[in-house]
Design a protein around this ligand. Structure first.
Ligand SMILES: [Zn+2]
Length: 472
């Protein structure tokens, strides 16, 4: 999708990195985290939380500023406070990082997923991309900054948490509900998204997540008395659902940009070339060009960025080959643009299907069905804070000179939804480079280039320093 803008090699690779002692500390911490199983099925985030708390205490953090806490024995979270300038009136900056990982079975992998292996310039292990790298980077830098005697202009709080990938004990949610005072902040950073997109090692964009979509599932259901299949009747349940899904496929949700996606496309217009760049400029125009919208909609990433999407993901119907179906059911999965609610989209689907014989119900994460979805709108994108943008652009220019910094709307979802709902503007910033052909999150043989990891360490070190440098 990214065109030849960088073909001339004008995006020089980074030549700056951490010192040898920091590299070794960073590797040790990363190894320790990867080798602690934090899956929901058999692992424990408490063990990881305690291991990191231990390291921070050893490095001299006061006992009162390091806590391990959670709803039960296996789902512990770690919260550490790095003290800012005495008497500072600024509210803290919070960093959130989930430490749980997706399940990984030994037989699916070519190596042991819970053994930290360095091979051919990569670190292998579950969580190397998602997101123990991010956790290790933050812990390393808090220790490093403390050793240097750095005093930020405000407290920096890091919450390393449970159950982002699954499970019933989401740590960010739990901390906000039960210990708000520990994690309260002016804004939050989440290294779970954002990062440097590279192509065969060459950096293309430095992305940061400035907003994300809202997740929702809906059950589409038709039922009737059925009967013998030799006597077809006009109210066949399968046809009702099939017709609704066909309408859904033909009828995309309306085009809509927000401050984040508008900025994203503005940047992409400069990165893409030819007809695609022209189409991007045409959708940014007022009014936007409908034909350009249609052409760009063929690229999934652009399509999902321009509109709410709903797609059929599961289907089941009928009970015998020679009987009229008494029941047909589909799951429709929606990713909703900021500013719209689950109930609003449910009503959109009802209007689109235009079939009183169909039920459209909201299905919660736990599978409970309800007649209505929540009226809660997903959060409007937070403003692009000048201090944050300045720090991000400054460090990026040093580490990845000439590479554009691009805000993105995550079309999936992360723990930032909890901090955003709690009124804490949240931004996904990682500084870790992953090749667009080497995204292995949740997959087998997950790995991260050693050089990417070390650059991520350097990135967060400089980024936090710039962001919290005491101003006169
Ligand atoms: Zn993640």
């Amino acid at each position: 999708m990214l065109a030849a803008a960088f073909a001339a090699g004008n995006a020089a690779a980074a030549t700056v990195g951490p010192d040898a002692a920091t590299k070794s500390l960073a590797r040790d911490i990363f190894r320790e985290l990867v080798e602690i199983d934090t899956t929901d099925s058999a692992g424990s985030t408490t063990r990881a939380a305690e291991a990191m708390a231990h390291r921070l205490l050893e490095a001299g953090f006061p006992k009162a500023d390091v806590a391990v806490l959670g709803p039960n024995e296996r789902k512990g979270n770690m919260v550490v406070r790095y003290r800012g300038k005495a008497g500072s009136r600024l509210k803290p900056v919070l960093i959130i990082g989930h430490v749980d990982v997706v399940e990984a079975r030994r037989e699916d992998w070519s190596v042991d997923p819970f053994q930290f292996i360095e091979r051919d310039g990569y670190y292998y292990g579950r969580g190397t991309q998602d997101m123990k790298s991010g956790d290790a980077i933050v812990v390393t830098n808090l220790i490093r900054l403390r050793r240097e005697g750095f005093v930020p202009d405000r407290d920096i709080v890091f919450a390393m948490t449970a159950d982002e990938e699954g499970g019933l004990s989401n740590g960010v949610d739990w901390l906000l509900r039960n210990h708000r005072e520990l994690v309260d902040a002016e804004f939050a950073l989440n290294p779970d998204s954002g990062g440097v997109v590279t192509d065969h090692g060459k950096p293309l964009t430095v992305e940061f997540e400035a907003t994300e979509k809202l997740y929702a599932d809906y059950q589409v259901l038709a039922t009737n008395p059925g009967g013998h299949s030799s006597l077809p009747r006009p109210d066949n349940a399968i046809y009702h659902v099939a017709d609704a899904l066909a309408r859904l496929e033909r009828t995309p949700f309306p085009f809509e940009l927000n401050n984040v996606t508008r900025e994203y496309f503005t940047q992409m217009a400069g990165i893409e070339s030819g007809a695609v760049a022209a189409d991007i400029r045409a959708i940014l125009a007022v009014p936007p060009d409908p034909q350009a919208i249609e052409r760009l909609s063929k690229t999934p990433q652009y399509n999902s960025t321009m509109r709410t999407t709903c797609v059929a993901t599961m289907l089941s119907a009928g009970h015998a080959p020679n009987a009229l179906p008494q029941r047909a059911e589909a799951n429709v999965n929606c990713r909703i643009l900021p500013g719209h609610s689950q109930e609003e989209v449910r009503l959109d689907l009802v209007r689109l299907f235009d079939d009183p014989g169909l039920g459209v119900r909201y299905r919660s994460d736990s599978g409970t069905l309800s007649e209505h979805g929540s009226e809660r709108k997903s959060m409007a994108p937070p403003p692009l804070r000048p201090d944050l943008m300045e720090a991000l652009r400054g460090v990026s220019a040093r580490l990845w000179p000439g590479v554009p910094v691009v805000p993105v709307m995550m079309v999936g979802a992360s723990d930032s939804i909890y901090t955003m709902m709690a009124g804490i503007p949240s931004y996904g910033i990682s500084g870790v480079a992953i090749d667009r052909d080497d995204v292995r999150m949740h997959g087998r043989d997950e790995r991260l280039a050693v050089a990417s990891y070390e650059q991520g360490v350097e990135f967060y070190y400089e980024f936090l320093k710039r962001l919290t440098a005491a101003r006169r």
